[in-house]
Structure formats: structure tokens, C-alpha cells
Design a protein around this ligand. Structure first.
Ligand code: GLN
Length: 309
């Protein structure tokens, strides 16, 4: 196996020289201000070794990567009854699609498209004031990342609250089908804030370790989820984590992954490593352009695709 330190350094160097960097998300105005030249990557191996390159220590907006962690919390609260309210199939549609929801009677295809993630957040919210639910999510991230400094970027949360009309439409639409329990504006408030949590590649790579380690989180010596649940969350990430780009991501990178429009991607190599890469420019399916390329090169060099070296 090649030396990971050298592989990461080479990838970071190649990415710095790429001129085609994708387009930074602009539908959330505050995200459009991020420098497209940023690139960071962090890998935490099963042995606990941490390797970083580029801007791996700089916090960025985790956006939809948060959906993996709220799914974990929601499954902890309601178990498999969650699947009555959200499906487990790839959507083949954009992350914020409304059309599919109408055809499928307000039950979102999977927990990672926006509609599905809003239902998941609704589950986390039920029975708690919104501040407390958000506090639980932020605490969970701090605990998993081992970093008490993790906070919500208020400017990003406000920016999305002011412009998130599509998500407002999705939440209201699902409310009409009885698939949102709380007032939609409350569920959305928590959802927008969870998306605006700021974390670095290093933080997220640490946070994802329980998915690479059969549900056990080595740094905290805690079991976060059962072995079966970790395996299932990974399966969902592989099939649905990149929206209608999930097939291409599996084809090229070959590991469970979850992207966010902030340009981050969390990648899980079961039994081997938890990885986070960040580059703000997105491709046509709303996934980090260079992040995907960097992960493709990394999994190829290390023989980490779950489909074989
Ligand atoms: N907060 C974003 C939204 O709801 C998250 C989308 C994403 O990261 N793909 O639009």
C-alpha cells in the first residue's frame, strides 16, 4: 500500500493547480462568498492516525453532511418506524426536487434529499423545544469530533432562512400529507441551523469514524449505533448520498459518501478510514467537483473502493 502521507500531499498539490473548480453555490447568498480556491482533506485511519493536507483545519458550512448525523439521532429516537415516513431508494432527482414528492404522496424517497432530511429533523425535533433539538445536534457533532468549539454559523443560517423558499415549499407540502408533526417553520428553523454548522475536514473525519468502525467510535470509546445500523447508514450514503450523482460517485470513487453544497464530502471506507474533503466549487449535481476528483484519486491509490481494488 502506498504511503498515505505522500498520496495526500500529491492530491492537494494537483488540486491546487486545477483551473476547472466547479461553481460555488449561490442560492444561499452567504455561501457564494467562500473562496473557490480552498481545498482541504483529512483522513483518520482505523488505527487512529490522522493525516491532513491543504485547508483541512478551516471550518466550512457542512450543509447536507449534517443529514447523516441527524439520521443517526432520529434512528436512535424512533428506530425502524422512521421508514414509515421516509424511503430508502435513490431519488434520481435533484436534492431539492418537488415533483417526485407529489407523485409519492409526501413520502420522500430517502433521508438525504432535502424533503427526507426535513422529515428526519422533524423526528429529532418532536417533543423538544427547537433550541434544545438544535443543541442536541450540535452537542452530538462536538462529541463525535472531539471539539467543543463547533458552532452554528449564524450568518449562513440567516441567509438560508431568508431565501429557503423551496425548502419552505417542501415542508409545507409534506405537512399537507401529515408527514411533518411540528409547525413547518419550527422544523425548518432547526434544519437550516443544522445545515449551517461549521466544521473543518479534520472535525468531520473524526465525526464519521463510527461509520467506518461498525458503529463504535474509538476516540470516545462509545458505541454510537449497532453494527447493523452503521452498515445500513453506509448503504444509504452509497446509494443516495450524492443525490442524482450517486451512481457516478459509486462508479468513480466507490465508497459511501455524503456531500453538502458547502463543498464538503464525508467518505467512509468501512474498516479502514473516515475521510473528509472540502472544495467549495460544485458540479452540475450539486456535489463538490474537486472533492469528488480528489476522493477518486485517493480511493484508487489506496485500493479503498468497496467494490475491490
Ligand atoms: N441547506 C441546503 C438546502 O437545504 C442543503 C442542501 C445540500 O447541501 N445539498 O438547500
Amino acid at each position: 500500500m502506498p504511503e498515505i502521507v505522500a498520496v495526500l500531499a500529491e492530491i492537494a498539490d494537483q488540486m491546487a493547480r486545477e483551473s476547472e473548480r466547479g461553481r460555488v453555490a449561490s442560492y444561499i447568498p452567504q455561501l457564494a462568498r467562500v473562496d473557490p480556491k480552498k481545498f482541504g482533506i483529512a483522513v483518520v485511519t482505523a488505527e487512529g492516525a490522522v493525516h491532513v493536507a491543504g485547508d483541512a483545519e478551516e471550518p466550512f458550512s457542512i450543509q447536507s453532511i449534517s443529514k447523516v448525523f441527524t439520521l443517526t439521532l432520529a434512528l436512535g429516537r424512533v428506530g425502524d418506524t422512521l421508514w414509515r415516513r421516509v424511503g430508502r431508494e435513490p431519488s434520481g432527482n435533484a436534492f431539492n426536487s418537488i415533483a417526485q414528492l407529489e407523485r409519492e404522496n409526501g413520502v420522500p424517497r430517502n433521508p438525504f434529499i432535502n424533503a427526507g432530511a426535513i422529515v428526519v429533523t422533524d423526528v429529532v425535533l418532536s417533543g423538544h423545544p427547537p433550541k434544545e433539538a438544535l443543541g442536541d445536534i450540535v452537542q452530538f457533532m462536538r462529541f463525535l469530533a472531539g471539539n467543543e468549539e463547533i458552532v452554528v454559523d449564524k450568518a449562513v443560517a440567516q441567509s438560508e432562512t431568508a431565501t429557503g423558499y423551496r425548502n419552505v415549499a417542501l415542508a409545507n407540502y409534506m405537512k399537507a400529507f401529515g408527514n411533518i408533526e411540528n409547525p413547518p417553520e419550527m422544523t425548518l428553523g432547526v434544519y437550516f441551523h443544522q445545515c449551517a454548522i461549521a466544521m473543518s475536514c479534520r472535525d468531520l473525519a473524526h465525526a464519521g469514524r463510527f461509520l467506518a468502525e461498525d458503529g463504535h467510535h474509538p476516540a470516545t470509546r462509545r458505541r454510537v449505533v449497532s453494527r447493523e445500523r452503521a452498515r445500513r447508514i453506509n448503504a444509504l450514503m452509497l446509494m443516495c448520498g450524492h443525490y442524482d450523482g450517486s451512481g457516478d460517485f459509486a462508479f468513480k470513487v466507490g465508497i459511501p459518501g455524503k456531500s453538502g453544497v458547502g463543498g464538503g464530502i464525508l467518505g467512509i471506507v468501512p474498516g479502514e478510514a473516515s475521510i473528509c474533503v472540502w472544495s467549495p466549487g460544485l458540479n452540475a449535481t450539486g456535489n463538490s467537483h474537486l472533492g469528488s476528483l480528489a476522493l477518486e484519486r485517493l480511493t484508487k491509490a489506496m485500493g479503498w473502493s468497496v467494490f475491490g481494488a
